[in-house]
Design a binder for this molecule. Sequence first.
Ligand code: KG4
Ligand code: ZN
Length: 333
Amino acid sequence: MATILGIESSCDETSASICIDGEIKSNIIASQAIHAKYGGVVPELASRAHQQHIIPTVDQAIQLAKIHKNEIDAVAFTRGPGLLGSLLVGTSFAKSFALARQIPLIEVNHMQAHILAHFIDEPKPQFPFLCLTVSGGHTQIVLVKDYFEMELLGQTLDDAAGEAFDKTAKILNLPYPGGPLIDRHAKEGNPEAFKLPEPQIADLNFSFSGLKTAILYMVQAQEKENPNFLAENMADVCASVQSRIVSILLNKLKKAAKQTGVKEVAIAGGVSANSGLRESLLEMGKRYKWNVYIPKFEYCTDNAAMIAIAGYQKFLQKDFVGQDIAPLSRMHV
Ligand code: KG4
Ligand code: ZN
């Protein structure tokens, strides 16, 4: 029997989860509404909010799992990558908890955890599989050979896919985080309405900064002709933007599948909640006879269940760390 407490605090969600023998019993997420009025995450406000949320969030996760804190066998926490001040709150809490209870401490890489979220529910992917990890800070194609043996095949050279959504939303005067709002508007729009460029990047890397500029120029030009352009065309603009971001992502994923010959294909991270990406990946999977893995919505964006499940695998391998461990703002998969 192994009961793991998972802690996530890398960005603007404070989350705690209990995993018992590989099964998630609770996954509590405290979001930080405060950042919306600043149009993005303010690091100092994020770490302060984590400090306020961490204890009640852990208490709720323990209560919902119907266990006593004395039953926890190990504590797993996000070491990085992320905002250093935010990571420090989760790391310090996890270290104190492990020290007080005299239980093992497990460090988890946030980007690996997004991928390992696929081991929470059935069906689970078979190794090796490809994972397109798309979040607010990262865009990566990873060849996953084993739980903690991952090879980075490609990544973004500038903005992440989530940033492309969020920065476009800003141009369209939509509040932060704009990804989910673009998704909602896109459902009512025509993806062919506005032609947007696809960057010509060799290999399996991505670039989104040119697309953002193209959208800005297109909106400015249209607004010169019609000051109500955005109000009248929001759904079509969002559908066109979303369809272009999805095609950039999936064309590279198709290329990676062809190059590696791997037919087990997964997506992970906050942008994997996007309905256009989910639908197009399913269609592509049928066409190319891939086995496609799409996480449940609650495991796409930041959550501690993915930290707890990654921690459970490390617990089985007795992969523990000492009290001298420090968070890292940058970490590779
Ligand atoms: O993984 P995540 O929660 O946090 C990071 O580790 O960055 O990802 C957050 C990102 C944000 O950029 C947000 O706009 C985007 O995921 N996102 C979406 C959707 N839901 C969240 N983007 C597009 N469509 C969505 N439905
Ligand atoms: Zn994340």
